[in-house]
Design a protein. Structure first.
Length: 133
């Protein structure tokens, strides 16, 4: 990202917002950064540099939450029962997207929006991005 930003600047191409796809994530899991390629401290410094020049930073988040008992977002979602249920079994529906097997939040569940909001707020405390897509 640093090189892309520098090359745009060198070429005289203005940037107002830097948009980032799923590559920044650790194993494509929401609310994480890859500790090797995109360590949180480096990401935060990069965002702060963008902000210091009046630019914005926007990340992607996907609603599929990796089925992983060690993942806080997943564990909290399971504890609150906010994932979409399989109509036949009543168990959380399992889908497959970028991180592999996932459960999807049921945003019609009365606790799902608050759960999602806590996950986003916790992530924004670590990495103050300007938007999510």
């Amino acid at each position: 990202m640093e090189a892309v930003t520098a090359n745009y600047s060198k070429a005289g191409i203005p940037i107002t917002t830097f948009w980032v796809d799923i590559d920044y994530m650790d194993g494509y899991r929401d609310f994480t950064t890859d500790p090797t390629a995109f360590p949180m401290s480096g990401m935060r410094s990069y965002v702060e540099r963008l902000h210091s020049t009046g630019n914005r930073f926007v990340l992607i988040l996907d609603p599929g939450i990796k089925i992983d008992g060690n993942d806080a977002a997943y564990s909290e979602g399971m504890a609150e029962g906010i994932f979409v249920k399989d109509g036949y079994t009543g168990a959380p529906y399992t889908g497959v997207v970028w991180p592999g097997a996932v459960h999807f939040p049921d945003f019609l569940h009365p606790n799902a929006s608050a759960w999602w909001g806590r996950q986003v707020a916790g992530f924004l405390e670590k990495l103050p991005v300007d938007g999510l897509w």
